[in-house]
Each structure stands twice: as C-alpha cells, then as structure tokens.
Design a binder for this molecule. Structure first.
Ligand code: TUI
Length: 315
C-alpha cells in the first residue's frame, strides 16, 4: 500500500486519479475508478450544467465513494458549472487550461477540495498562496491541452517550490511511471491516456484501437500558433491542420477548421476527428476494466519501490 497526503486528503485507497478528459470522462468511467479505490473524475469540458448534473447522478447511483469534477476554465458554461459543483457539494474539483485562483475561496467554502492543474512553477506558487489544497503538475507528454515542461523536470521543481502535496501527470501509463513519479516527490499520480482504453470509457472502439496501435512517435502537437497547443494522435486531420498552421492560416480560421472534431473522434471518425491522447499511448496494450488498470499500476509501483535501494527489479 502507498499512503500519502493525497490519499488522506481525498479519502481514497490509492493515490491515483483518473484524468478529467473532456468528452470521455463520464460518470460511469469515474464511478468505475472510484469503486476500484482511485479518484474518478467527471470532466465538465465544454458541456453545460444539465449534462454534468446527469453524469453526477449516474456516478452517485453506482457508488458513494469520493469523486471529482474537472472544470475546464475556458468552458463557455463556466459560471453554471461552478454553481452546480457548489450546489452538489462535489468533494473534489480539478481545473485545467487556466488560472482558477479567483474561484478557490467560493469552492472551498462549500467544502470542496481544490486541485488545479499547473504547467509551470510560477502558477504553482501563486495557487498555493491562493489556497489550493494540492496541485497536479502536468508535463507536455500529456494528451489534450498542454504546457511546455516535461513531467520529469516539472514535477520535482513544483515539489521543491510548494508545501502542499503534488500529483504528477503526463506520460504515466503503468507502474514504472507511477513509481518514478513517487521518487520525484509526487504524492499521487494522474493517468488519462490508459483510461481512454478502460472498458467503461465511452469512446468508440475504433478510438481505443488507435490508442492501442500507437507507437512512440504517433502523437503530435497541433495549435501551437493559436496559443492552445493540443496533443493528438497523428491522422489525416492532424496532417491537414498542421499544414495550414505552417502556411500561416489565422487563428480564427484554424479554430473554425477544428470545430466539432472532438465529438467526431469520440464517435469513431478516427481520420477526420481530433483524437486527444498522450505520448504514453505507446505503453497501452489493451482494453480492460478500470479496476484492472488500477490494480496493475499500484501493484507494480509498490513492487518497484520496495526494490529501490536493494535489487532493482523492473520486469
Ligand atoms: O486542460 C487540460 N487538458 C485539456 S483541456 C481540453 S479542451 C481544449 N480544447 C481546445 C483548446 C484548449 C482546450 C483538452 N485537454 N490539461 C490541464 C492543463 N492545464 N494542461 C495545461 C494547463 C494549463 C495551461 C495554462 C494550466 C494553467 C495555465 O495557466 C495559464 C495562466 O493563466 O497562467
């Protein structure tokens, strides 16, 4: 067992969080993760409050374990999503794609633990001062919207810069990655990409198959010129988008090209959709239940960590 400030703060068996992946982190997936002893997270993404209410209801019908909601700070429905998580007394809120500082007091007043995702030391320091309970330090290996720092460098720098617990994210898909994160000083890990291929994940089987087929260099970052870099699996659409970006197409035009591409991927259009996915897809081998993913990662991490300092046994 690995018990840390993160597992105590969140009242969970394993300090392992499922990433708040827009479009695919539903109540059903989150419930499977929480039931298995991790922290399941429902992603509000750009959905409205009705959608989120429904997913919270689905979660609560399956289990009374703790869970989180991920709030994407550039959501068009941000205010109604904030109101709903407060009304529903959601135990944990994670945030992405921006600075949630001004919302922290209100969320904490409702009893919520607030855990922002950061991609820099500066934002980590600021959010600690503003009352964050913990931080998720996410490296550029992650899928979706990303920063520039690698997990290997960002995590220990954030750990050194703050007193609150740090959760590592970006590039972790198995027990070796989790053990490495703990050695860097993280007290928890967050995994997204491997959970795309959980049995309970709602994405189309062809999307899962693409993740499983990925090798080391099969993801690419689109949208650097727009200020919203997003890591996706290489396909026809990413090649078209990158060629237009290289030609200097304006942000508004690029945004228009990208509209509707996430739901398309979700529904199985693996050539014309945007398949958000991390670099660690090359480590994902099969579709399996969330509980098996969690037990595999934690058992392997514990075995490796027990061996550290004596005989390292990585296989
Ligand atoms: O948020 C994510 N991953 C996401 S969000 C998303 S939806 C989206 N679609 C199109 C464009 C942008 C987003 C898909 N994937 N991960 C957490 C994360 N947050 N990664 C990086 C950051 C981040 C970036 C800048 C956090 C804070 C930040 O602060 C800027 C500031 O204001 O200081």
């Amino acid at each position: 067992m690995i018990t840390t400030r993160v597992s105590k703060l969140l009242d969970i068996k394993y300090p392992l969080l499922q990433g708040g992946m827009a479009w695919l982190a539903t109540g059903r997936l989150a419930a499977a993760v929480s039931k298995a002893g991790g922290l399941g997270i429902i992603a509000a993404g750009s959905a409205d409050a009705n959608w989120l209410q429904n997913e919270i209801d689905v979660f609560r019908k399956i289990t009374d374990k703790p869970f989180g909601v991920n709030i994407m700070l550039i959501s068009p429905h941000l205010d109604e999503i904030m109101d709903l998580v407060i009304k529903e007394k959601v135990p944990v809120v994670t945030t992405g794609a921006g600075n949630p500082g001004k919302y922290i007091p209100l969320l904490k007043e409702s009893g919520c633990r607030v855990i922002p995702v950061v991609a820099s030391v500066a934002l980590a320091r600021r959010l600690e001062r503003q009352g964050a309970d913990a931080l998720i330090a996410e490296g550029t290996e992650a899928g979706g919207h990303i920063g520039e720092m690698t997990t290997m460098c960002l995590v220990p720098m954030v750990v050194d810069a703050v007193e609150i617990p740090v959760i590592a994210a970006g590039g972790i898909a198995d027990g070796r990655g989790a053990a490495a994160a703990f050695i860097l000083g993280a007290e928890g890990v967050q995994m997204g990409t491997r959970f795309i291929c959980a049995e309970e994940s709602p994405v189309h089987a062809d999307y899962k198959e693409r993740v499983i087929q990925c090798r080391d260099r099969d993801t690419v970052v689109c949208g650097i010129s727009t200020g919203h870099p997003v890591r996706v699996i290489k396909n026809q659409f990413s090649r078209l988008y990158l060629s237009k970006e290289r030609e200097g197409l304006e942000t508004a035009e690029l945004d228009r090209m990208g509209a509707g591409r996430y739901p398309a991927a979700f529904q199985g259009d693996v050539e014309n959709g945007s398949l958000l996915c991390g670099q660690c897809a090359g480590l994902v081998e099969k579709v399996e239940p969330a509980i098996e993913i969690i037990e595999d990662v934690m058992e392997t991490a514990v075995r490796i960590l027990k061996g550290v300092g004596s005989e390292l046994c990585l296989k």
